[in-house]
Write a protein that binds this ligand. Structure first.
Ligand code: HEM
Length: 209
């Protein structure tokens, strides 16, 4: 059974303060805009700004810290328009990664318009963690810390990362810093109970959401 997108349905209270001064782009590679320029990769958009582009005619998606305007691709999508239009303006890394081939990843590149975050402050170097390896490296670290666990999700949070882990009978929120070191963990019992008692249809809805 895949747990990949389950966390999306949780309305869990955040027990960890989100650090201020977020520079999300620092977690997903080093944008070259530190030296100025005008290409798509050098534009920055906040999550809130991206969320405003939520209609089929103006549909932006965030995948792995990059922003894509896929409005013109909807009609060509092999999976149909609806699965994308339901998510316009959203962060779709998890669902996109679970479904698509290399071909889709390559196609996606054509719709890149920028990076999530804010422009680096006056030449301050940002940490270089490669886009493709960051999440998988962090997942490995989390699994090593919780032997036998399943990592449901790793996502940027503040200046570090947030992971959700199933370990034994527990669902655990794990907070990592920007170096991938675990700085806190907190067991979440209530949603896990809910999960075990959910029927297959409810689990499927989670996955589809
Ligand atoms: C959140 C947004 C998206 C969702 C939920 C989604 C979902 C899906 C689904 C369910 C399929 C399978 C269709 C089938 O086999 O019947 C599919 C296939 C595909 N999608 Fe998406 N899609 C999304 C965004 C995109 C984007 C933005 C692109 C490219 C720019 C893309 C490119 C493709 C391609 C090329 C396929 C064919 C299978 C493959 O090569 O992986 N999709 N998608």
């Amino acid at each position: 059974m895949s747990f990949g997108a389950l966390w999306l349905s949780y309305a869990y209270p955040s027990t960890v303060a989100t650090p201020t001064g977020t520079v999300i782009n620092s977690l997903f590679g080093t944008p070259s805009s530190a030296t100025g320029g005008t290409s798509a990769k050098q534009k920055f958009y906040t999550v809130t700004e991206t969320a405003n582009h939520k209609t089929p005619s103006d549909c932006w998606l965030i995948v792995r810290g990059s922003v894509y305007d896929v409005s013109s691709y909807l009609g060509a999508h092999p999976g149909g328009r609806r699965v994308i239009t339901d998510r316009c303006g959203g962060e779709v890394t998890s669902v996109f990664s679970q479904i698509h081939s290399n071909r889709a990843w390559n196609l996606l590149g054509a719709y890149l318009i920028g990076t999530v975050g804010t422009a680096p402050v006056s030449g301050t170097p940002v940490a270089a963690i490669s886009t493709t390896s960051a999440v998988s490296n962090l997942s490995q670290k989390v699994i090593a810390a919780f032997p036998g666990s399943d990592v449901l999700k790793v996502e940027p949070q503040g200046t570090g990362y947030h992971a959700v882990v199933v370990s034994g009978q527990s669902l655990i929120d794990v907070v990592l810093n920007d170096q991938g070191t675990i700085v806190s963990q907190q067991v979440r019992d209530d949603e896990f109970e809910w999960f075990w008692h959910a029927d297959d249809d409810e689990v499927q809805e989670w996955k589809d959401s």
